[in-house]
Design a protein around this ligand. Structure first.
Ligand code: ADP
Length: 452
């Protein structure tokens, strides 16, 4: 607290002014705390809060009273107002500017909390505001709050390697005396901006993916009404393609809906338990006929029932197995082979251990290593074309498909994104191993219930 204390003492107005400043600080704390809690308050509410803050501070016991009594042996400093400590420990940068004390009325810095000092690399919390904060738009906002008495905002980017985007909000604070104060709160908007951009990209991608089959359907409808009107053979061919395109759109919509449902509750850990080995058997009952149809051989290695129990949402785990096995069958191709293995009781190092020395491997998702947990793992390996090392990092990105595979396999590009979000909700991990021409292996591992 030394810096805050000094800043208030060395440049703050004496006694009455200090009370006003302390009152303002109290108001600031309350405003910032309310803002943090998501509340929005008006200027009249701010005045009320400032008055309340002043009253509280007037009642705050002064240990400095010892210095005022005659014959006091030592000077005892008055403690910081309790609110200064709260402000100091807020994670958002907060500054207080005053219009007093400097020639030509330029705003002066009277307080900066630790987060503000770190952001602006301040050695001290006093002097001209413009000496510490050079962004003209932010200075203009402070000016408007101080002299125009209106709330004003500015967005600025922190230079250097960190590339963070901040919103600075300047607000006038009520004061009784001639001194005018303005509060400057900074909010880090980097993540919000990134999310906005991701959402826009996602929408653009989703509409693009839907537009392609839709354009094809429209084209065929026109042909069927036009020059293929009387050509029965062509009609049969076109209708078959149209059915495929309609099915593709329907798959895409199903996947988009599943992804958004999963994302909605991704932060809530699942509560149930299930046996991973038995879930694999259930999925194979459904996918077996498809594998047979494509002449893909499936080999399964699962532990005895009850050995690979995990904490999980059964429907979502089934979806993970289904998506991975479905890919295995799809990419193994005619006459290929898919191996499905479930391991029951592994430490994290065993769960992510390499299966073969050849090729590359990459962790697409790792669980928090906070608590040592035991895991059960599902590995789906296929004898398909594999994935070149340079493409591995982008797997599980929405709509990403490895170049050159698009036409041949015609998936939605959402299967692995769904897998990753489900595994993330289950606090598990996802690994991929592959060598071009030698197939790919995906391992999803999930925490086992904690005993005792
Ligand atoms: P898709 O529906 O296109 O299969 P996924 O999200 O499941 O979507 O997979 C994304 C991309 O990753 C696929 O388009 C493919 O290029 C690649 N991929 C996934 N699994 C395999 C695999 N087993 N073998 C080779 N490539 C794969």
């Amino acid at each position: 607290m030394a810096t805050v204390d000094n800043s208030l003492r060395s440049t703050g107005p004496a006694h009455g002014g200090r009370i006003a400043l302390a009152a303002a600080l109290a108001a600031v704390v309350i405003i910032v705390l309310l803002r943090t809690a998501g509340a929005s308050i008006g200027v009249s509410a701010v005045s009320g809060l400032a008055a309340a803050g002043a009253a509280v501070l007037a009642l705050w016991p002064r240990s400095g009273a010892a210095s005022e009594s005659p014959g006091a042996a030592e000077i005892v400093e008055r403690p910081d107002p309790p609110y200064a400590l709260v402000l100091e420990s807020l994670s958002d940068p907060v500054l207080l500017a005053s219009d007093q004390g400097e020639e030509n009325g330029e705003p002066r810095l009277v307080f900066a909390n630790a987060a503000a000092r770190e952001l602006l690399r301040l050695q001290r919390s006093d002097g001209l505001l413009a000496g510490h904060l050079r962004n003209p738009r932010v200075l203009e906002a402070v000016d408007e709050a101080l002299h125009g008495r209106i709330e004003s905002e500015a967005v600025f980017e922190e230079g250097g390697a960190r590339e963070r985007v901040w919103r600075a909000i300047a607000r006038p604070l009520p004061s009784d005396g001639p001194e005018r104060l303005a509060l400057l709160c900074m909010r880090d908007e980097t993540d919000a901006r990134r999310n906005e951009r991701m959402r826009a990209d996602f929408l653009a991608n989703a509409s693009h993916e839907l537009r392609t089959p839709l354009a094809s359907l429209t084209g065929f409808i026109e042909t069927l009404r036009g020059h293929a009107k009387d050509d029965l053979a062509a009609q049969g061919r076109f209708l078959a393609i149209m059915t495929q395109q309609a099915q593709r759109m329907s798959r895409l919509i199903d996947d988009l809906l599943s992804l958004s449902r999963i994302e909605l509750n991704e932060h809530i850990a699942p509560g149930g338990e299930l046996d991973l080995g038995l879930a694999v058997t259930d999925v194979l009952d459904a996918l077996g006929p498809i594998a047979e149809e494509r002449h893909v051989r499936i080999e399964t290695r699962t532990p005895p029932a009850g050995a690979a129990v995990i904490v999980g949402d059964r429907d979502q785990i089934i979806q993970v197995i289904q998506n991975l096995v479905d890919n295995g069958i799809k990419y193994a191709g005619e006459g290929g082979k898919v191996t499905i293995e479930v391991q029951s009781d592994l430490g994290i190092e065993e769960a992510i251990r390499a299966r073969s020395q050849a090729g590359a491997r990459l962790s697409l998702l790792s669980p928090d290593r906070g608590r040592p947990l035991r895991y059960a793992a599902l590995t789906v390996a296929d004898s398909g074309p594999g994935i070149a090392r340079e493409f591995l990092p982008r797997l599980s990105e929405r709509f990403y498909r490895v170049e050159g595979q698009k036409g041949a396999y015609a998936g939605t590009g959402l299967g692995l994104a769904i897998v990753k979000h489900i595994v993330n909700r289950h606090r598990g991990g996802l690994m991929v191993e592959s060598a071009e021409g030698e197939g790919a292996a995906f391992t999803a591992y999930f925490p086992r219930p904690v005993e005792g």
